[in-house]
Design a protein. Structure first.
Lengths: 344, 283
């Protein structure tokens, strides 16, 4: 009896869970974990009567692998900028033409003609952020907007600087610092990059994550750090400031795209258009605390984010950002070699 | 009589001396190594559990005791949703795995030894030896083909995958139990005109029950804890508790994840302790 009942429940559960994937009016979003504001999903569901599921992934590679295999049942995915061309190249994305959608007018023009999706035929920004330097002003009162903070630390910061162990971010900053391009293969420039990093390393205290905590507590007086993390550290400790290296700093962006084999294309397009509306984009940012790339969303944002210099890039540094990309194999080889030596 | 007695005593004393000499516990460094191993295994769990009771937002700065994060995890609908799904998958998968494991255990212990028996052991225990990521990728590709062909993407794929890798975990305790059981009882039942089915139902099955329960619980825990295969096999809306937790890691971690981990750890410890008592009852 009991066994039968349990079996019945299990079968019912299986059938129920199979339901939404095919029901009229559903939408299956595949996004980074802890990244989607439940309020946004609820609002969208209510307005359009669409049942939405959000499923998590933890890395671009996991998402790409599952989508490439097919049969996943997802309609929308949110890959990082560096992965968009890989998706497009493999024919995994639908040319949904968000540039022809009603709310496209709200997209910040500086994010329209991006290298990874010129004219925005495939994707819409979800959130974006920067990698810069965080400095504690109680120790260092100079200009924070320089990569010198970690590549040539000023006297006050020697032995107090942390570098996050993210090869692509750190190498991009160092390459830009010596005046090279991202993913350079120029051996002289690479030698310069290597020498600067090796000379700076003894002046660092660590190469670690967990910067939000340590900057807040004052365990670290400076660090290569992400803007969102620095923002949270500053809310805990007002002495922390965020610097945008004038030689150039990495920019990342996660983008909403519709999958080529999506089952609920119309709902996916509705959602794409929906999140370009400023008040909805603001909901995305309010939850995950990064900028969204939609003009006019600021006024709907939480008070503490509206004016945060970590979130709103000051005009003078706005043009210095460089989209991080996956380097071609040759430059990747050089980067890895330098990185291995550095982290030894 | 007295002679044999003293002989006996002497022999036992000699045995004791010998067994003492070869007792690993008296080997130099045994205690040190054991202590280091236990510390390495368990020390990292304490800070995690400790900070789950933190009143503040941090997982590294103590700001006083509070149940806050347990309350927050408990009232988080997403956590509830994924926990229920984890339990459904674990219950179904361990149920299927246990039934198959019982059959396999009977087939490999209550029959005449046959050619290729070792091969059968290897086949049954394959999930223990093949790296999880290999199985995961294989299942991903295989299930994707079925999903595309049939259009069905329900929870059944996850349950099937879990059941497959749970089989050896259920099989090993059941087989151990069967091997340790006195076969003469079953023979006696047959002598007393019990049909094979009666003998199985009245004698073998009750005697092997502790093994079955232990195997089922172990399979349940293994299914509940699985990340890699689940991450690759899950379809839309099929996050389980571990894959949900993995997804949290990209952004700032709050003690909520510590609270969930600690609760999961507590459940695992309770189940494993039960298994331990069930299987050690005989000694």
């Amino acid at each position: 009896m009991d066994v039968k009942r349990i079996g019945g429940i299990a079968v019912a559960a299986m059938v129920a869970s199979a339901g939404p994937a095919f029901a009229e009016g559903s939408l299956n979003i595949y996004n980074w974990g802890n990244y989607t504001n439940p309020d946004l999903i609820e609002k969208f569901s209510k307005e359009y009567g669409v049942e939405v599921t959000v499923t998590d992934y933890d890395s671009n590679t996991t998402a790409l692998t599952k989508i490439e295999a097919g049969g996943h049942g997802f309609d929308i995915v949110v890959p990082s900028a560096s992965y968009i061309q890989i998706y497009v190249g493999k024919g995994l994305l639908m040319e949904a033409r968000p540039d022809q959608m009603e709310n496209f007018k709200y997209m910040d023009p500086k994010w329209v003609d991006v290298e990874f999706d010129p004219g925005r035929h495939y994707t819409v920004p979800w959130q974006w952020g920067t990698t810069g330097v965080a400095v504690n002003t109680s120790v260092y009162s100079g200009d924070p907007n320089t990569a010198d903070i970690f590549l040539n630390p000023p006297e006050e910061l020697v032995g107090k600087v942390n570098v996050v162990p993210e090869m692509n971010d750190v190498m991009t900053m160092a390459e830009l610092y010596v005046g090279a391009e991202q993913c350079t293969t120029d051996k002289e420039k690479l030698k310069e990059v290597r020498d600067i990093l090796m000379a700076a390393k003894p002046k660092w205290i660590a190469m670690d994550y967990g910067t939000t905590e340590k900057l807040s507590k004052g365990d670290l007086m400076a660090s290569v750090n992400w803007n969102g993390s620095t923002f949270r550290a500053r809310l805990n400790n007002p002495d922390v400031v965020y610097g945008y290296p004038v030689t150039g700093y990495p920019v990342w962006m996660d983008n909403v795209a519709i999958l080529a084999d999506a089952q609920n294309v119309e709902n996916a397009k509705l959602f794409m258009n929906y999140i370009m509306a400023p008040e909805n984009a603001a909901l995305i940012s309010a939850f995950a605390r990064y900028s969204n790339g939609i003009m006019g969303s600021d006024e709907f944002m939480p008070e503490d984010m509206k004016t945060a210099p970590e979130i709103v890039v000051p005009a003078e540094f706005a043009g210095k950002g460089v989209f991080t990309k996956e380097c071609p194999p040759e430059s990747q080889k050089f980067r890895t070699a330098i990185w291995t030596e550095l982290t030894k | 009589m007295a002679d044999t007695l003293s002989d006996d005593v002497l022999r036992r004393a000699a045995e004791r001396a010998q067994s003492k000499r070869f007792d690993v516990r008296t080997m130099p460094g045994f205690t040190t190594i054991a202590v280091i191993c236990f510390i390495a295994l368990y020390a990292p769990l304490f800070p995690m559990a400790f900070y789950s009771f933190n009143a503040g937002d941090s997982i590294a700065v103590w700001q006083g005791f509070s149940w806050r994060w347990y309350v927050s995890a408990w009232s988080n609908d997403l956590v509830k949703d994924v926990t229920v799904r984890s339990l459904i998958v674990a219950a179904c998968a361990s149920g299927i795995a246990t039934v198959l494991a019982v059959l396999a255990a009977l087939g490999t212990t209550r029959t005449q030894p046959f050619r290729g028996q070792t091969l059968i052991y290897v086949l049954i225990n394959q999930p223990l030896m093949v790296p999880e990521i290999v199985t995961g990728v294989a299942l991903l590709v295989f299930f994707a083909m079925i999903k595309v062909a049939t259009g069905y993407t329900g929870l059944i794929y996850l349950i099937a995958a879990h059941a497959a890798f749970c089989i050896p975990f259920a099989y090993l305790p059941i087989r151990a139990r069967l091997e340790g059981m006195d076969k003469t009882l079953e023979a006696a039942a047959s002598d007393l005109y019990a049909t094979p089915i009666q003998a199985f139902r009245r004698i073998t099955l009750p005697l092997m029950t502790p093994g079955i329960v232990a195997g089922a619980m172990l399979a349940f825990v293994i299914s509940l804890d699985d990340v890699v295969i689940t991450e690759l096999v899950k379809a839309a809306g099929q996050d389980t508790l571990p894959t949900y937790m993995l997804g949290q890691l990209r952004r700032a971690i709050t003690p909520e994840i510590n609270a969930i981990s600690t609760a999961l750890l507590a459940i695992t410890v309770v189940l494993l302790t039960t298994i331990f008592f069930l299987t050690s009852k005989k000694e």
